[in-house]
Design a protein around this ligand. Structure first.
Ligand code: 13P
Ligand code: 13P
Ligand code: MG
Ligand code: MG
Length: 369
């Protein structure tokens, strides 16, 4: 059976700062979801949260970019915004950047990752959801899992994977239209590295297996400051990654997160910290962070979703959480200097420009005799 998985997420308000949605907001989202499961729009669905972002995981047969699915997600986020407003929550409706729905949720604020495939007899997949980070947070771990045999020797072991994968990369600074490039590994390995090293500009949108043509991974690519023209909140992306058999195993997909790589997005979207792999439904705390990533494993069968397995809820990740906290403390000790904060291209969307303009006028050019 051909099934579509859509994950659409948004921050529509949170308790106690940019922390977590309220129980009433989550109850509203679940009620909406139950409504469209019984009406038949969806076969199945789940509501989760990561930090202050609510994610709707939807299984259906409508294909990607379907207006009814996108409209349902948009309307649900309008409803959770109403709840947030009624409770006086912070940032109510934060990620809803357009007034009226116009057929597709992309470009309106919420992030979306969607994938359509013919179900395998067993169809395991992972939903990653991040808070306090941009979509480039996936560049390192997805590259490691699908392109780097030094990290993932499984790429050399499975007969389907030896021919490599094709990465679709989005230029997220191009606001007029989707500007994309396809690069194959192993052929274009270095070219891919050249782009992925700049995760605030070039981000992985999709990974397809060369030997089978099967889509293995999709990630959301929305950049809120490009839509709003100013800093309104961080992008906080989601990704869907299929695993096992002709794809990397679940463990091979998870293991790159053990680096706790440094990424941009903490506190006002302006600081670099280490990504902490967290249990589902985790909140954020230190310095409006640190950047967190949750991973939920499922199987889907005839469009029905199993319960999730909370993939970072295992003692191994306690060590990585400690490491992420230490790396975050180390870079935070550097305050506002150099790489501790975002570069000017990112800070442009914040109030820093006004302050620089004011100071610029006070500069004098020294005249030499
Ligand atoms: P199975 O033999 O159960 O598929 O597991 C093998 C594997 O790939 C684990 O990494
Ligand atoms: P969110 O994008 O998660 O709302 O975070 C915004 C922020 O600036 C926190 O400091
Ligand atoms: Mg928020
Ligand atoms: Mg958030």
């Amino acid at each position: 059976m051909k099934v579509t998985l859509s994950v659409i997420k948004a921050d529509t308000g949170s308790v106690g700062g940019h922390n977590r949605p309220s129980d009433a907001m989550l109850a509203k989202a679940k009620e909406q979801l139950a409504g469209v499961i019984s009406s038949g729009l969806l076969i199945d669905g789940k509501v989760t949260f990561t930090g202050d972002d609510i994610a709707l995981l939807m299984a259906h047969t409508k294909g990607v970019d379907h207006p009814d699915i996108h409209k349902f997600a948009w309307d649900t986020f309008l409803e959770t915004t109403k709840v947030a407003k009624s409770q006086g929550l912070y940032g109510a409706g934060q990620d809803l950047l357009k007034d009226a729905f116009s057929g597709n949720i992309r470009g309106m604020g919420p992030g979306s990752a969607e994938i359509e495939f013919e179900e395998r007899p067993s169809e395991p997949f992972i939903v990653f959801a991040g808070d306090k980070c941009g979509p480039g947070v996936f560049n390192y771990p997805i590259f490691e899992a699908f392109a780097n045999p030094y990290h993932n020797a499984g790429l050399l072991l499975a007969p389907e994977m030896i021919a490599g994968f094709t990465f679709t990369i989005m230029d997220v600074n191009n606001t007029e239209a989707d500007r994309v490039i396809s690069l194959k590994v192993p052929q274009d390995y270095y070219d891919l590295c050249i782009l992925l090293r700049d995760p605030n500009h070039f981000v992985i949108e999709m990974v397809v297996e060369n030997a089978t043509g099967l889509q293995a991974a999709v990630a959301s690519t929305s950049r809120l400051h490009n839509i709003a023209g100013k800093y309104v909140g961080k992008d906080d992306p989601v990704a869907i990654v299929r695993s096992q058999k002709q794809f990397p195993s679940t463990g091979e997909i998870l293991s790159p997160w053990a680096l706790a790589h440094l990424t941009l997005g903490d506190n006002r979207g302006s600081h670099h910290v280490a990504v902490m792999p967290v249990k589902q439904n985790s909140i954020i705390s230190f310095f409006d962070g640190p950047t967190i990533m949750s991973a939920a494993g499922y199987c889907v069968h005839e469009g029905k979703l199993t319960e999730s397995v909370d993939l970072f809820d295992q003692p191994f990740w306690d060590l990585i959480r400690t490491k992420a906290a230490q790396k975050t403390l180390d870079i935070r000790a550097q305050g506002f200097y150099g790489p501790a904060m975002a570069g000017m291209d990112e800070l442009e969307y914040t109030g820093v420009i006004q302050n620089l303009k004011r100071l610029n006028e006070k500069f004098t050019v020294r005249k030499h005799e």
